[in-house]
Design a protein around this ligand. Structure first.
Ligand code: AQP
Length: 333
């Protein structure tokens, strides 16, 4: 049995990074798998402070983005994490067999907690066990993610192995990270060495899926570059992260190799490339933005779709949780 699971935190507006590194690659992935589940991971969002009203809105908006990008809720299960109680329960149970040493290695916690480690929440520290629970609750085998989440999927794999070893049963399949697409780590438009992130304080660091065309064009115009012309071969990206990022985005949207883009644009100035790039981004994202607006107009319908998805997800989760409790020796009367 093979099953796909992935999710995105509704922490803010989704970005071009979420689009190229995640959602775009989910479309059509169901082929060749028994089922696929796409979750809006709202419990993960709570690992950093959230405004309750905004969180609800962003949860709907994230689901709207999934549908607008082409996820078909009639043949995939789309739902929000907090609607299926098994996520939190399994997170606790798995947390009881996850060594602290494994969590201490997670780079996302180090990046997000920074120097204020002692003030970071237990939730932020335990984020990877909740993510392992998300995946294992459905016995998912394939987890499509951007490059930054690979380490967490590998941890989920180790936790699944630890459970199987502790209870001497091949119960959980070992999930595989799938790093798909041609832009697995889209970088900030302000600093090509940092990941493009929803929570970066500068809105100019990212393209949001909700940005209007003129905003996209302005952000690309202001994107950091260097004084040289574009490289005509891959070796020319050495020490030029911003050039590499902008050309990688263009290559991914065009569905071409980065080397082809170097051949097309090598030797040209950024001032010539940037308008072509912003037109290409607008061509891809403006239909997504308009469809998101349509989905957001009918909240009752959107909520109904999520409710139906949560019921289907809970059916799978309930059976697996029953087996997990049984294996772990919890009394079920
Ligand atoms: N810049 C990126 N390039 C490629 N893939 C990306 N993803 C996120 N940013 C990029 C992928 O999108 C999926 C959902 O990620 P997430 O939003 O749940 O968490 P994150 O990876 O922590 O992303 P952010 O934007 O940095 O979130 P915040 O700012 O809220 O912490 C994952 O598959 C991720 O790899």
């Amino acid at each position: 049995m093979s099953r796909v699971f992935s999710g995105i935190q509704p922490t803010s507006n989704l970005t071009l990074g979420n689009y190229l590194g995640a959602i775009k690659n989910w479309v059509g992935l169901k082929e060749g798998h028994e089922s696929s589940l796409y979750c809006v991971v709202d419990l993960h969002a709570l690992t950093v402070p959230q405004d309750p009203e905004k969180l609800r809105k962003q949860t709907r908006e994230t689901a709207a983005a999934y549908f607008a990008c082409g996820i078909d809720y009639t043949n995939s299960i789309v739902f929000h994490q907090s609607a299926v109680a098994g996520h939190s329960e399994l997170s606790w149970l798995l947390g009881c067999l996850t060594p602290l040493g494994w969590l201490n290695r997670m780079t996302q916690f180090k990046d997000k907690a920074g120097k204020k480690k002692d003030q970071a929440s237990l939730g932020l520290y335990g984020y990877p066990t909740l993510m392992a629970a998300d995946i294992l609750l459905y016995k998912a085998t394939h987890v499509p993610v951007g490059d930054d989440q690979k380490q967490h999927v590998e941890l989920a794999r180790d936790i699944a192995g630890a459970f199987n070893a502790r209870y001497e049963k091949e119960f959980f399949p070992l999930p595989e990270p799938q790093i798909l697409g041609d832009a697995t780590r889209v970088m900030s438009l302000r600093d090509g060495t940092n990941k493009m992130s929803k929570s970066d304080p500068s809105d100019y660091s990212r393209i949001n899926l909700t940005d209007e065309d003129d905003v996209i064009a302005l952000k690309i115009k202001k994107a950091k570059t260097d004084p040289e012309s574009l490289p005509s071969e891959l070796s020319g990206f050495e020490g030029r992260p911003e050039a590499k990022n902008l050309m990688t985005i263009y290559a991914a949207l065009e569905g071409k190799e980065l080397s082809q883009i170097c051949t097309e644009f090598g030797g040209k100035p950024f001032s010539e490339f940037k308008p072509v790039l912003s037109d290409r981004i607008i061509e891809s994202l403006s239909p997504v933005r308009e469809k998101m607006k349509e989905f957001m107009k009918d909240q009752v319908e959107l909520d109904n779709i999520l409710k139906t998805g949560a019921e289907k997800a809970a059916d799978i989760a309930m059976k697996n949780m029953h087996d997990v409790r049984d294996i772990m020796g919890l009394l079920q009367v």
